[in-house]
Design a protein around this ligand. Structure first.
Ligand code: NAD
Length: 328
């Protein structure tokens, strides 16, 4: 079988090559994203495997893939909002994602950043860079005294709840789905209760029409002025202007962001200062805001699982079998 993989990272190559050798399939790796301009690269292949957050909704992409005889698009990632499932279905393409490749990878970065925030390390770094080695007004709290609010207790939110519980924090969560397996680690509450009680608010919902700007001026206002907000999920869950406003008005104490609504302009790229969006610059200048470039998933365990689960799905669907990860 001939498979083309788009947006291949250097770190994926050893796992791709090991999988290809073990399973006896031919894989072409390209670094380009799948777009209307690059879809031609897929001509002559049996299967396609992508990984990107840029919108991939141009009908031409789906029509051309179908015309090449391709039957699927595997998105080797959790979020798949960049794809158009309706167009995929209309063109006979089965879309799969990887619902869980290492929830711990994302959960662990969120917890790490939360710990950095509560120990005010951004402020200490800034002061020490200016020759101020005092700890005046820098008294911190301890994680086991705090309440963590998890919005969206799925794979990643659930893993986060388990880590925070292990650290001694109280965990409350809001999710339309009640998962009895998580009850040793969290207590379900409604969103209003969560926002008003949590010292750390960590969001792990998918980005949908219903969750877009779920964190907005009103929900930020409901949080404690001492609360930290953690977003390891999607930038579109947050009204960035409202977040900046809330930070400037000290309505919340700080934030850690692995995703930004406009991240496609610069995350994962090397850009000149002029190309960096203004909202990032404002946020980055605040010592109580920690930003990472959508790197929460980037661990060796996650990359190995991403490669292997995605390629197994390509083979299954091309061979006419079912994948547990089919989305349409
Ligand atoms: P998941 O589907 O296992 O869990 C999402 C949970 O959110 C579900 O339990 C769902 O019921 C809940 N939910 C949906 N709408 C809600 C709402 N309005 N309020 C409260 N809860 C709601 O997904 P996951 O694997 O935990 O991933 C969550 C998100 O994390 C993904 O959709 C993706 O966008 C993001 N993600 C980010 C990275 C990264 O590197 N930063 C990596 C992987 C995933």
């Amino acid at each position: 079988m001939k498979i083309i993989m788009y947006s291949v990272l250097a770190e994926e190559k050893p796992y791709i090559e090991a999988w290809a050798q073990k399973n006896g399939h031919e894989i072409t790796q390209v670094t380009a994203d799948l777009t209307a301009a690059t879809v031609e690269l897929a001509r002559g292949y049996d299967g396609i495997d992508i990984q990107q957050t840029i919108p991939t909704k141009d009908p031409v992409i789906y029509q051309k893939l179908a015309s090449y005889g391709i039957k699927q698009i595997t998105a080797r990632m959790v979020g798949y909002e960049m794809l158009d499932l309706k167009l995929a279905t209309e063109n006979g393409l089965t879309v799969t994602n990887i619902p869980a490749y290492s929830p711990r990878a994302i959960a662990e970065l969120g917890v790490t950043q939360a710990m950095r925030l509560i120990r005010q390390l951004g402020y200490f770094d800034q002061r020490m860079a200016n020759g101020d080695f005092t700890w005046n007004n820098m008294i911190s709290r301890e994680i086991h005294d705090l309440t963590v609010g998890v919005i969206g207790a799925g794979h990643i939110g659930g893993a986060s709840a388990q880590i925070y519980t292990a650290l001694g924090a109280k965990v409350i969560a809001t999710d339309p789905v009640y998962n009895v397996e998580l009850t040793p680690y969290l207590e379900y509450v409604d969103l209003d209760t969560l926002l008003s009680q949590a010292d750390i608010v960590t969001i792990h919902t998918p980005l949908t029409a219903a969750t877009t700007n779920l964190i907005n001026a009103q929900t930020l206002h409901q949080m404690k002025s001492t609360a930290y907000f953690i977003n390891m999920a999607r930038g579109g869950l947050v009204d960035t202007d409202a977040l900046i406003d809330a930070l400037q008005q000290h309505e919340i104490a700080g934030a850690a962001l692995d995703t930004l609504a406009d991240e496609n302009l610069f995350f994962e790229h090397q850009v000149k200062p002029a190309q960096v969006p203004a909202d990032y610059k404002v946020l980055k200048a605040m010592p109580n805001v920690l930003i990472t470039p959508h790197s929460a998933f980037f661990t060796n365990t996650a990359i190995k699982n991403i490669v292997e689960i995605g390629l197994n799905d390509v083979v299954a669907i091309v061979n006419g079998e079912k994948s547990l990860h089919a989305l349409n």
